[in-house]
Each structure stands twice: as structure tokens, then as C-alpha cells.
Write a protein that binds this ligand. Structure first.
Ligand code: FAD
Length: 297
């Protein structure tokens, strides 16, 4: 989400955002680096944001170098990277019945002031009228906090033209989808490496034969290996198209292919990789189901 947000600021951020915030989103220096969240999902829906209830109201008496200032009020139901520094969020600027065409994109600081001396303490999200109600108790993804939170007059800055929010937030979703596919193939590779290594040391048949010399077992690992290689090609094919598109050298056809492929690559890769990881777990027998393997983290 940080990577995707950086891309949005690079393309439509104000000069002040590009000077103050963008370098922090792409920095590896923990002293200054920022992370970013993406807040779309609300109680009425996540894949369909047309019923978004969060409202943005322009604030006429406050100016900011980051752009037009708005107050945001509403409830975001699934807000990952809750400990981030900024979030890109959708909020309603059109009439209540305007569906997804009445949503604009905003940059919301999670703490104010956003830019502080490195020695200054880190304020809580309450400093920008953001109340974290609870962290969700998710299956998996334990390290990444996901919150239910309310925005109670949070200060935010309009990004890009008004009522174009759904279109403008697309790079965050698409880049995150590609990261998700890469995470899936990376995790599968690790599981496959562990299962392959185990087959060289685990003996069966009264200790007379190693798993690696057992045709049925090798055939199972080979199946996973073939799938892994196919998923790598699929994912990095999308990465190549993304790179060309971001550098402005993709053809119209390549841009269309990227647009069509990105959600499919994410869905297909994560679905197939998780099934294949289960095969790797089973390849270790009972030992495959122990937490200490790190398969489930
Ligand atoms: C771990 C995790 C982290 C998350 N982090 C964030 C975050 O940081 N920011 C954020 O904004 N959201 C986040 N979400 C929420 C996520 O984006 C939504 O849950 C997702 O978009 C689905 O929306 P929904 O929950 O409203 O499900 P629904 O849209 O209600 O979907 C329910 C079911 O209906 C199906 N469905 C929906 N629409 C259609 C359709 N048109 N045709 C056919 N089938 C359909 C879906 O495939 C699904 O099976 C997170 C979710 C998870 C699990």
C-alpha cells in the first residue's frame, strides 16, 4: 500500500506532497520513512464502494500547501497498516445518491503534525481526530494491524480532481495486488525448499529409503515445482508490464493487458499457491503441521 500510495503522489500529488511526503514513502531510512494505508471498505461494502457513508466537507478558512483542506467524518471498517503515517481514503463529496461517482480521494495524516523533528514523540491518531475502535482478529496476517476506526473531523487533503476517487485510487489497489502475488510465490518457494530439503533426510520403509528416492513423493514435489515456476512467470509477466507502464514505454495493448491481468494474477496466484503450500506441508508428514516451521506465518 505504501508503494501504491507513492505512485499516486508521484502522479497526482501537489508539489508540497512530492517534496515532503513522497521521499519518505520511498525511503528505507527508518528515521524518516513513512508507511501508508488505504481506507476504502466500510460496513456497507468493500468490493462495492458505491454506498460509502464517509463524508468530506471542504474547510474554507484553512489553507495547506498539501492542497484543498477537507474535514472527514465516517467509519472505516477494514483499515490495515493502522500504524502507518498517512492513508489514502475515499470519501463522499457528491450527493448521497451519487454512488461511486460521488467519491473523491484524500490524503489523511494519521498524526498531526505530520512532519516532525526526528526527536519529537509520535502523537497518537487522536491528534487528527481518528479513533481506533478495535484491531480486527484476523485469520493470518497477524503482524499487520487492521482496525475499525472512526474519522471524527479528521483533516485531509484532496488528491486530484473531485469525484474521481475510485479511478485515482486504482494504482494503490493494483500495485498491492502485484505485491500480494509476489508474496504468494515467495512463500510457496520457501515451503517447497523446506519440503525438498526434508526429502533428502527423511527415510521411510524401515529406514531403507529416503523420500527423495521415492517416485510417488518426488512426483508430488515435481507437481508443486511446475506450478511454482508457472506462477513465477505469470507474476513477473505482470511485473514487467507494470514496469513498462510506469516508465511510459508500454504499448496500448500492453497497458490493457496489465489492467485485465492484475486482479486475475492476484486471485489465481494466491489461490493456487495456498493449495500448493498445503501439499508441501503434507510432504513433511505430521511435522508439516507444526508452528515452528513457519509455514502458516
Ligand atoms: C486481511 C484483510 C485486510 C484488509 N485490509 C483492508 C484495507 O486496508 N483497506 C480496505 O479498504 N479494505 C481492506 N480489507 C477489506 C477488503 O478490501 C474487503 O473485504 C473486500 O473488498 C471485499 O469486500 P466485502 O468484505 O464488502 O465483501 P463483499 O463485497 O460483500 O463480498 C462478499 C462475497 O460476494 C462476492 N461478490 C461481491 N460482489 C460480487 C459481484 N459483483 N459479483 C459476484 N460476486 C460478488 C465476493 O466475491 C464475496 O465472495 C481487508 C480485508 C482483509 C480480509
Amino acid at each position: 500500500m505504501t508503494d501504491g500510495s507513492a505512485r499516486v503522489l508521484e502522479t497526482i500529488g501537489t508539489p508540497a506532497m512530492q517534496e515532503d511526503i513522497l521521499p519518505r514513502l520511498i525511503s528505507r531510512d527508518p528515521e524518516i520513512a513513512f508507511t501508508a494505508g488505504q481506507w476504502m471498505t466500510e460496513r456497507p461494502g468493500g468490493s462495492d464502494v458505491s454506498q460509502t457513508e464517509t463524508v468530506a466537507t471542504p474547510v474554507s478558512n484553512v489553507t495547506s500547501p498539501y492542497g484543498p483542506v477537507y474535514n472527514i467524518n465516517g467509519f472505516k471498517w477494514f483499515s490495515s497498516a493502522t500504524d502507518s503515517d498517512v492513508a489514502l481514503a475515499l470519501a463522499r463529496t457528491g450527493p448521497p445518491n451519487s454512488g461511486s461517482r460521488g467519491l473523491s480521494l484524500f490524503l489523511i495524516p494519521l498524526r498531526r503534525p505530520l512532519i516532525r523533528p526526528t526527536s519529537a514523540p509520535r502523537p497518537s491518531a487522536l491528534s487528527n481526530n481518528i479513533k481506533v475502535h478495535r484491531l480486527k482478529n484476523k485469520v493470518g496476517t497477524k503482524i499487520l494491524p487492521t482496525a475499525e476506526l472512526s474519522l471524527e473531523g479528521a483533516e485531509a487533503y484532496l488528491l486530484g480532481p473531485i469525484n474521481q476517487g475510485v479511478k485515482l485510487i486504482a494504482p494503490v489497489l493494483n500495485i498491492t495486488r502485484i505485491h500480494s502475488a509476489i508474496g504468494s510465490v515467495g512463500s510457496l518457494r520457501r515451503c517447497l525448499a523446506v519440503a525438498t530439503a526434508y526429502s533428502s533426510v527423511r527415510s521411510i520403509a524401515a529406514g531403507k529409503q529416503l523420500l527423495k528416492d521415492t517416485p510417488l513423493h518426488v512426483a508430488e514435489l515435481a507437481k508443486v515445482n511446475v506450478l511454482y515456476r508457472a506462477l513465477v512467470h505469470l507474476t513477473f509477466g505482470a511485473v514487467a508490464l507494470l514496469g513498462k507502464t510506469e516508465c511510459g514505454v508500454a504499448s496500448e495493448g500492453e497497458e490493457m493487458r496489465l489492467r485485465m491481468l492484475t486482479p486475475a494474477v492476484k486471485a489465481f496466484t494466491s489461490d493456487k499457491a495456498s493449495g500448493a503450500m498445503e501439499e508441501c506441508m503434507a510432504a513433511l508428514g505430521g511435522q508439516g503441521y507444526m508452528e515452528e516451521n513457519g509455514f502458516g506465518t
